[in-house]
Write a protein that binds this ligand. Structure first.
Ligand code: RP5
Length: 169
């Protein structure tokens, strides 16, 4: 059986510093990924080829990140019925609101799961893709549960430290 993996597309190399958070999240969960710089507007044929080719090789979820008039996630969703997660990026004067609306306002029947603008969205795209894969991967499900537990523990520790500082421990 082919190993499932995640394919990440971004519209420009200028998107990489934000998308690095997606790659780091997927690495932390030991998920295999591939990444490509390709644009809905500037390299539409490369985008189509990459989606079709990775889908054939076992891509289970697509993540597409773009700024400005961000059509990349929608363009990917038009080419596949695999889940598509869109990350709107802040690449211009509108602080990412332009990309948010371009990514989230898909017409009925061609869904894109749009996450938050920028870094939190990049992180959550990794988590959401992982959770989709975990539906059919019990080992990954366990790794996600463990990571959630660590996250909870770190918040509790921060609260303990705050209470101690306030003398209310
Ligand atoms: C979008 O335009 C890209 O995803 C990027 O966020 C934005 C600006 O691209 P560059 O001008 O930096 O290449 O397509």
């Amino acid at each position: 059986m082919k190993e499932s993996f995640i394919a990440i597309l971004m519209g420009s190399d200028s998107d990489l510093p934000t998308i690095q958070h997606t790659l780091d999240t997927l690495d932390s969960l030991e998920i295999t990924w591939e990444v490509k710089i390709t644009s809905a507007h500037r390299t539409p044929e490369d985008t189509r080829r990459f989606v079709k080719e990775t889908e054939q090789r076992g891509c289970a979820v697509f993540i597409a990140a773009a700024g400005l008039a961000a059509h990349l996630a929608g363009a990917v969703a038009a080419l596949t019925i695999r889940p598509v997660i869109g990350i709107p990026l802040d690449a211009g004067t509108l602080g990412g609101q332009d990309a948010l609306l371009s990514t989230v306002q898909m017409p009925g029947g061609i869904p894109v799961a749009c996450v938050a603008i920028g870094k939190p969205g990049a992180i959550n795209a990794g988590w959401l893709a992982a959770q989709i894969l975990a539906i059919s991967d019990p080992k990954l499900e366990k790794r996600i549960q463990q990571a959630r537990q660590l996250n909870s523990n770190s918040i509790r520790k921060k609260n303990d430290a705050l209470q101690a500082k306030l003398g209310r421990a």
